[in-house]
Design a protein around this ligand. Structure first.
Ligand SMILES: C[S@@+](CC[C@H](N)C(=O)[O-])C[C@H]1O[C@@H](n2cnc3c(N)ncnc32)[C@H](O)[C@@H]1O
Length: 188
């Protein structure tokens, strides 16, 4: 049976969602928390939503930074399609919704926002984060939301130990908003 898209409300907007995408029946509370407290994104440059789902983070970035280009990436093709459709519905021409392999390799990001895929397991998550964090511009910043019960505090400690100075910017209802800096030195 073909799946039927449903809708969720994000501020003044309505986003299409679907079964088989993350939190398809409501905006995830961690995502709500990130969008509530994250500082404004850079006004220009390349911005990244790592693991975009149907797009609540990427679309908010795109609205808050209309002069920037927002790369919304996800391995789930249905999620990518929904983000692209939602961007069109909202008239956001500055969103590029694609799978991770399609991101031009030379791009460097002035900001990364993510509610990352904890469920892939610690090893894969660590590899994924390092790969994209190493693509921050020297003055770029990443903001990640991770619940303490899903390892938010140990992730912050691990990132710092890896050379990505990480601080807890906010915490509410167990959701940690982490601010992550680029490594001062790239690994040899
Ligand atoms: C916690 S969900 C967040 C989704 C969306 N940003 C939101 O706030 O509703 C994490 C997303 O990461 C995606 N994901 C999993 N592995 C990934 C990978 N290797 N690269 C990019 N995205 C990935 C999942 O498909 C999922 O949509």
């Amino acid at each position: 049976m073909p799946s039927r898209p449903t809708e969720v409300v994000l501020g003044p907007d309505t986003l299409l969602t679907d079964r088989g995408v993350f939190s398809g029946n409501r905006i995830d509370p961690g995502t709500v928390e990130l969008l509530r407290v994250v500082p404004p994104p850079p006004a220009t440059g390349e911005l990244l939503d790592l693991g975009c789902g149907y797009g609540p983070i990427a679309l908010t970035m795109a609205k808050r930074a209309p002069g920037a280009t927002v790369w919304a990436i996800d391995t789930n093709r249905r999620a990518v399609a929904l983000t692209g459709e939602n961007a069109s519905r909202l008239g956001l021409s500055n969103v590029r919704a694609i799978t991770p392999d399609a991101v031009p390799p030379e791009l460097r990001f002035a900001a990364i926002w993510s509610n990352p895929p904890i469920r892939v397991g610690k090893e894969s998550l660590h590899a994924l984060l390092l790969a994209w964090l190493d693509r921050l511009t020297p003055d770029g910043l990443a903001h990640l939301v991770v619940h303490k019960h899903l390892g938010g505090d140990s992730l912050a400690a691990w990132l710092t130990a890896e050379g990505h100075a990480t601080k807890r910017l906010a915490s509410r209802k167990g959701y940690r908003l982490l601010e992550v800096r680029p490594r001062l030195m790239q690994p040899t």
